[in-house]
Design a protein around this ligand. Structure first.
Ligand SMILES: Nc1ncnc2c1ncn2[C@@H]1O[C@H](COP(=O)(O)OP(=O)(O)O)[C@@H](O)[C@H]1O
Ligand SMILES: [Mg+2]
Length: 335
């Protein structure tokens, strides 16, 4: 049986990025900070961001942002999911054909270069016959052999389909060929906050404020639909052509059946994991885990590295503060 048979394709026209965060340019100007390109190749990106923040292009005189030595480190990037919904061995797709076809809808895409890869999927630049560019998140069917993995991936697709917000990656359609499943998504051509921070080492306060406003706006929307992302991190926050935040990768997302529902699966990415996920197994976790990750992201953007970081995962877990026994995080639920 076709693996996507259960999925009805959704024909969504991508809206132009709108609904931007409400930081005003005067607010930004008041703070007096400025944006520094680190490399010549960053110049156009920074210029766009500067224009967004200040309503002007790059200022001629800018205050240097003091560089710091540490940059976001490679370790602990891989999400953990103790219930093993994700395979321990990484099975990624091989390069897909140059022409991708949704036979049901008669839509075709020309495949271009690889945009990136995660623990589960590779993503390619694709172009439809009208010349519009998209991202094709490509998952090898071989990695979906267990029912649990299939259910998990279908969960990701279903959640992604329902997310319609200017700061969340838009779902376009989904189809398959003999080897892979393709999720056609809104293209985020400016990569993720990981690459941004790697180039810049750290962001200024006005930049961080805008990124956080957009991220929190998207989270408010997501939580309003009872969806917890559970893997918010620099690498899953993408940037569109206007340098707007686009939250993506709903691979670990959970849909709560009610506002009081709790999840108990330990999942997330070590640097970003909330204490109640690590230590509150009995009482479970809810929307707040995403806010914890936002705190980590905020710190990382300003300081240049996440607050809890070590080469050994257990050392990271040790450094995450334990919730008090009666539960700073869990008390409200326990009572
Ligand atoms: N919409 C997109 N636009 C551009 N690149 C993307 C997009 N979605 C994903 N990517 C790239 O593909 C990589 C893997 O995608 P992701 O959804 O995070 O997969 P995984 O579930 O394997 O973590 C990302 O880190 C990014 O480089
Ligand atoms: Mg990812």
């Amino acid at each position: 049986m076709a693996i996507t048979a259960a999925l009805s394709p959704l024909d969504i026209n991508l809206a132009p990025p709108g609904g931007r965060a409400s930081t005003t340019s005067s607010e930004v100007k008041k703070s007096g900070s400025s944006i520094q390109p680190r490399k010549q190749s960053d110049y156009h990106l920074i210029q766009k961001l500067t224009a967004k923040l200040t309503g002007s292009t790059l200022p001629s005189k800018t205050e240097p942002v003091p560089p710091i030595k540490s940059v976001p480190s490679a370790p602990s990037k891989t999400p953990v999911k103790k219930s093993s919904a994700r395979p321990s061995k990484k099975i990624l797709c091989s390069t897909p054909p140059v022409n991708l076809r949704n036979r049901k809808r008669g839509v075709e895409y020309d495949r271009g270069r690889q945009l990136g890869e995660g623990g589960f999927a590779r993503c390619y630049l694709v172009q439809n016959k009208e010349g519009k560019l998209f991202a094709a998140k490509t998952v090898a069917k071989e990695s979906l052999q267990s029912e649990k993995m299939q259910a998990k991936f279908f969960g990701e697709i279903q959640v992604q389909k329902t997310m319609v917000h200017p700061n969340i990656v838009r779902f376009v359609e989904c189809f398959e060929d003999t080897r892979n499943i393709y999720l056609i998504l809104e293209l985020c051509p400016n990569k993720s906050l990981v690459e941004m921070l790697r180039r810049r080492q750290r962001m200024t306060e006005p930049e961080t404020r805008l990124f956080m406003l957009q991220t929190l706006g998207a989270l408010k929307y997501m939580h309003g639909k009872r969806v917890i992302h559970r893997d918010l991190k620099l690498g899953n926050i993408f940037l569109d052509e206007g340098m707007n935040i686009k939250i993506g990768d709903f691979g670990l997302a959970a849909l709560l059946v009610s506002d009081t529902d709790r999840k108990t699966t330990m999942c997330g990415t070590p640097n970003y994991i909330a204490p109640e996920v690590l230590f509150g197994k009995k009482l479970g976790h809810s929307f707040e885990v995403d806010l914890w990750s936002c705190g980590v992201i905020l710190y990382a953007l300003l300081v240049g590295k996440p607050p809890f970081q070590a080469s050994d995962i257990n050392e990271i877990y040790k450094s995450v503060p334990k919730p008090p026994a009666a539960g700073m995080y869990l008390g409200a639920v326990a009572n």
